[in-house]
Write a protein that binds this ligand. Sequence first.
Ligand code: SF4
Length: 378
Amino acid sequence: MTQAIALYIHVPFCRRKCPYCSFVSYDYREADIPLYLSTLKNELGRRAGGECISSIYFGGGTPSLLPSEHIGDLLSTTSSLFTVNKAAEITIEANPGTISQRYLTAIRQLGVNRLSLGVQSMNNTELRLLGRIHTGEDVREAVRFARGSGFENLSLDLIYGLPGQTLADWQHSLDEVMAMEPEHLSLYALTLETDTPMWQAIKEGSLPDIDPDLSADQYELAEDLLAAHGYRHYEISNWALAGRECRHNQTYWQNWPYLGIGVAAHSYLEGHRLANTKSLDEYLADFSGNSSPAPEMDEKISPELELAETVILGLRLCEGIDMDKMQRRFSLDVLAHYRRQLEAMVAAGLLEQTDRHIKLTRRGRLLSNEVFWRFLPE
Ligand code: SF4
C-alpha cells in the first residue's frame, strides 16, 4: 500500500509584518491573493500524482485572509487531483482580528475541521510589543466564533520569553487560555533572527534582552500548569487533550513524506528535501505558465541522514523513539548503532531509556539542541 502523505499549503499574506517575524510573509500584498490562488492551483496540478492525502494544513502568513470561496476552491482542486482520506484532518491557521463567525461557519462547512489561532499573549501590552493587530478581547471573541461555528478541535498558540515578560505575566496568559478550554496548545520560545526589527531594538538597548534562564522557568511552569489541567505534553512545544494531538505535524516528527505547495513551501518526497523559492514574485512567475520550475533547493537524503533525522525528529516527541518501530523501518538496532551518543546523553541526564523507548528527560527538553546535533552523521 502506498504511504499517505500530508499536504501543506503556504499562504504568505499578513495585514502587518510583526517585528519579531522571520516567516515568509508579506504585508501590503493582499491584492495578489486572486493571482496567488490560481498559481497554487497550477502548482497542485503539476505536483499531483494521485497520492493519498492524510491531512491538509493551511499555514502562513495568515491563511484566514483567504476568502472562504478560495479555501473551498483549493479543497475541491485537491480532491480532484488526489485521494483525500475521508477522515483527513484539515487545519487552518487564523489570526484573531481577521475572522468572523460567518467566515468560520463557511470554512467549517467546507470541511475544515481544526482551527489554530495565533493568540501569542493575552496581555495587551505584550501584544502591542509583538506588533499584533488583535487584543485579548479579540481572542475571546474568536474562540466564541470558533465554538459557535462548530469547531470542536481548537488549538491556541502562545509565545514566551518576551523582552520584559515576568513569570507572573506568563502565568496570566496561560491561565486565560486554559479558561477557554482549547483542545490543543502550542507554546513557543521567542527566537529572533538578526534581520528582525525586534532583534535590532534589543541590540540597540531600547528593549531588554531575552533572559534564557527566565524562559526556561516559564517553560517548566507551563509543563506543570498544563499537566494539572489535563493536557498531555506530547511534543517539545505541544500539549493536547487525549486524542487531540495534531496529526499533520506528527507526519513531520515521524519523518514521513509530505508535499508543500506555495511560496517557500518545503516538501519531503521520495528521499528528497525540496523547497520552493521564497520570493513571492518569483513564485507567481514560475508557476503561472506551463513550465515546471526546478525547486530552489533539492537535497537527496542519504540513508544515514534519513536515520539521523528520524531519530532527531522522533526525540521531539515526549514518548521518544520506539526501538521496535525503528528496527522494522531501518532493519537495524538503533541502540547498538548510536551506543556512544546514547550512553553520553544518558550519563548527562538529557536522555533516558524506558522499556523499548528512548526519550528526552525534562532537562533534556530544555537542552534538546545539545542532544540533537550528536546524532548527525560525521
Ligand atoms: S501574523 Fe504571523 S506570519 Fe504574519 S507577520 Fe505576524 S508573526 Fe509573521
